[in-house]
Design a protein around this ligand. Structure first.
Ligand SMILES: [Zn+2]
Length: 437
């Protein structure tokens, strides 16, 4: 049988079924999809491929899903550091954004982030930023998968002047992107403290009609929760529940402030959590009690958050920090195993985005979003367990090859749809402009 591609790998961790690690197996790809996963000897007998890739010291994993970012903020990486959230936002990030964010800023920043993400094994990102039309356009241009946030705020920004305009632009963009194979959309109201009840109610009506997911920062800091509690007597999470937002289509990003009762109550709603441990640590926002959330049956995905608060888009590092932090916070070394960390960075992200029928694991019928990590470097020798080396020791420089929907976007460390020199030049121009600010 003729197929497009066979990837022979030393190890394959398909994520589904959980815990399985294949040795000397091949992933068979045709027409952008995974059509088989079998022993390499059997694969070469059964299939004739137009291309065969031999990855003899590599582990193949599903493409990593960065379930929360603001991609274009890569241009603000390192602009203000070592500050708490509100000081950082109000005195540094928001003023810089107000002055500089434009279509060109979002184009160049998103390109920079896409290059970084692909070189680190991320094949899909869940974005929330101004000019989401431009972010979608750049994702399509470079062949990466993206879920684009249709942003909503109460106040005017460069994207829209009031809540009604945000919503009408959201609907137009959702409609305009319907036929893009690699693009999906979510409504993305920024946070409980930046969007009031009325626009949230209107948005929910549209989200229900379109069967759309919702992506929102929730309980990022103690300050956010306390302020709301003092004003209204209950928490932002409770308010969102009363408005009807909390359903299996809801992604709550951060959730660092959760009581045991809230964990149980949120689990019942079927909502997802997107955990961003590095951003939470850097802004000293607190810790999402991930082990308790997983125990309660909540689907927990992983994100980097924007590069201004991280300061990178490195999902391998995010996995490691998530696993280590969960152990530290829960006082239990078994909390968030290496397998669970990889699930959070892949399949759980796909579930949160409502895309788990398409991506998130190396299963027959799913899209060939595949990442190869070379474990032959001395830093990851010896390999008793490729999963442990991947999560606890490997660095993103060991990501050698990346495919999205069967298309090779990283070929032996070389990007195939982006030019590094061009990216460096554009980043330098923005650095100069922002430095003058
Ligand atoms: Zn964020």
């Amino acid at each position: 049988m003729q197929v497009d591609l066979i990837i022979q790998a030393r190890w394959i961790i398909p994520v589904e079924p959980a815990g399985v690690i294949h040795e000397n197996h091949s992933l068979v790809v045709d027409d952008g999809k995974i059509v088989d996963l079998l022993e390499s000897a059997a694969a070469s007998e059964k299939y004739q491929a137009r291309a065969v890739e031999h990855l003899d010291s590599h582990v193949l994993i599903p493409g990593l899903i960065n379930c929360h970012t603001h991609a274009a903020m890569s241009l603000l990486s390192g602009i203000a550091d070592d500050l708490p959230l509100m000081d950082w936002l109000q005195n540094h990030i928001w003023p810089a954004e107000q002055k500089w964010v434009s279509e060109a800023f979002v184009r160049d920043g998103t390109d920079l982030a896409i290059a970084e993400m692909l070189r680190g094994g991320t094949t899909c990102f869940n974005d929330m930023y101004f000019f989401p039309d431009i972010a979608a356009q750049q994702a399509v241009a470079h062949g990466i998968r993206a879920n684009i946030g249709l942003i909503v705020f109460d106040f005017p920004t460069v994207w829209a002047e009031n809540a009604d305009v945000y919503l009408s632009k959201a609907l137009d963009l959702h409609d305009g992107l319907r036929h893009e194979r690699l693009i999906s959309t979510s409504f993305a109201p920024h946070a409980p403290y930046t969007v009031s009840d009325e626009p949230l109610r209107k948005m929910l009506t549209f989200a229900d009609e379109l069967d759309a997911t919702i992506h929102m920062h929730v309980h990022e800091t103690r300050h956010e929760v306390e302020e709301q509690r003092q004003k209204t007597g209950h928490t932002p999470l409770r308010r969102l529940h009363e408005l009807g937002l909390l359903t299996p289509s809801f992604m709550a990003v951060h959730m660092t402030q959760l009581s045991p009762e809230e964990i149980l109550f949120y689990a019942e709603t079927g909502g997802h959590i997107v955990h961003c441990p590095e951003s939470n640590l850097k802004l000293a926002s607190g810790f999402c009690p991930v082990a308790a959330c997983l125990d309660a049956g909540i689907n927990v995905a992983l994100g980097t958050d924007g590069a201004a608060s991280n300061n990178d888009q490195d999902m391998l590092a995010e996995m490691r920090v998530a696993a280590l932090l969960a152990k530290g916070v829960s006082g239990n070394a078994s909390a968030v195993s290496a397998m669970q960390a990889l699930q959070m960075a892949t399949l759980n992200g796909a579930k949160a985005l409502g895309l788990d029928d398409k991506i998130g694991s190396l299963a027959v019928g799913k899209a060939a979003d595949v990442v190869a990590v070379d474990l032959s470097e001395v830093e990851t020798q010896p390999v008793f367990n490729p999963l442990a080396q991947l999560v606890y020791a490997a660095s993103r420089h060991q990501v050698s090859d990346v495919w999205v929907a069967g298309k090779r976007l990283l070929n032996k460390r070389q990007l195939t749809t982006l030019d590094l020199q061009d990216l460096r030049q554009r980043a330098a121009i923005w650095q100069q402009r922002l430095a003058e600010f």
